[in-house]
Design a protein around this ligand. Structure first.
Ligand SMILES: Nc1nc2c(ncn2[C@@H]2O[C@H](COP(=O)(O)OP(=O)(O)OP(=O)(O)O)[C@@H](O)[C@H]2O)c(=O)[nH]1
Ligand SMILES: [Mg+2]
Ligand SMILES: [Zn+2]
Length: 300
């Protein structure tokens, strides 16, 4: 039979075929070949009568596969950041965006917890408001952006329109609200979400495993994934990075040196675009930081 892995827990994979979910194990050979089935994989499996241990026999070719989050066959990443609690980390957002560009998937940037930016008479509200404006000005020129606030259904409706019919992975730091967004889109409380205690400002029901949720009759499906604070980009040549920032790519061609990496080089068209405001300073800073990381990785 053929199906799709919806979640994997402790060596078991839950494979959906039609309306039925089968609990399966993976054939031993996968381990020897160092292949790990991923949530989102399309698989062939055998149903073993009278036994819970149905067997995944084959993983069908993947459109793509990621390490963090560990998911396969993604059409689009919904990269999530909060305006506060936790404070946005543009370097992490940009890394996820680069990962998506590398794989050629679409991207939607979700700016979440916008309700925290509403009361600008409080200093925490002012700070959140500034973060919201910063995120909008940096990302709106480059990617589709949705503003979300758990008390306002309109944002979720816009997001639903943007992702219709596709398999979308929520990705971002822990506590930014990925599971909450999924909950709103599912319009029920199937997922557990935690409330951040005012003191610790940390979510209680952190997502531990990637899981795929069918959303509607039109084939839309959403991966909920665990949050993380850092990860390493792999298999990107330093010279490739400039093509993974769409606004940098758009400024290429005018540099003095053909092999310009747009860092210390003189007469650089990219730096000129930054100075003229056509490329956001924050995005350029992320580019430089990632370039350094990739160049250092190359040295070893
Ligand atoms: N004020 C506010 N809080 C929100 C909003 N969305 C989510 N939260 C809260 O943020 C906390 C964390 O939300 P989660 O949805 O669990 O975050 P997550 O990104 O899934 O976190 P991990 O599973 O750890 O990666 C919870 O207490 C939510 O209630 C929002 O729009 N506004
Ligand atoms: Mg979660
Ligand atoms: Zn240059």
């Amino acid at each position: 039979m053929r199906g799709r892995i919806m979640k994997g827990i402790a060596g078991f994979y839950f494979v959906k075929s039609g309306e039925t979910v089968y609990r399966c194990k993976a054939r031993g050979i996968f381990k020897l070949q160092e292949i790990k089935p991923a949530v989102g994989d399309q698989v062939e499996f055998e149903v073993i009568e009278g036994n819970d241990d149905n067997l995944i026999t084959e993983i069908l070719p993947r459109k793509n596969c990621f390490v963090r989050p560990f998911v396969a066959n993604v059409d689009c990443f919904a990269v999530v950041t909060a305006v506060a609690r936790p404070a946005p980390v543009p370097a992490l957002v940009d890394k996820l965006l680069v990962m998506a560009e590398q794989a050629g998937t679409d991207v939607v940037l979700c700016i979440n917890k916008c309700d925290l930016a509403a009361n600008t008479r409080k200093s925490s509200g002012r700070k959140a408001h500034e973060s919201m404006q910063m995120l909008q000005s940096v990302y709106e020129p480059v990617y589709p952006v949705v503003l979300l606030d758990q008390n306002d259904p309109e944002g979720y409706e816009r997001l639903r329109e943007l992702i219709r019919g596709r398999t979308v992975a929520l990705a971002g730091a822990s506590g930014v609200g990925k599971s909450t967004i999924l909950n709103h889109l599912l319009q029920d409380e199937r997922m557990q979400t935690g409330s951040i205690s005012e003191k610790s400002q940390r979510g209680r029901h952190t997502t531990r495993h990637a899981e795929l949720f069918p959303l509607d009759e039109e084939g839309t499906a959403l991966f909920d994934t665990p949050g993380f604070t850092s990860f390493a980009l792999t298999e990107i040549e330093p010279d490739m990075l400039q093509h993974l920032f769409p606004e940098i790519e758009a400024s290429l061609g005018g540099c003095r040196f053909d092999n310009c990496r747009h860092a210390a080089e003189p007469e650089c068209a990219v730096k000129k675009a930054v100075a003229e405001g056509r490329i956001g300073q924050a995005r350029y800073d992320s580019y430089l930081a990632l370039l350094k990381e990739l160049e250092e990785e190359k040295k070893y």
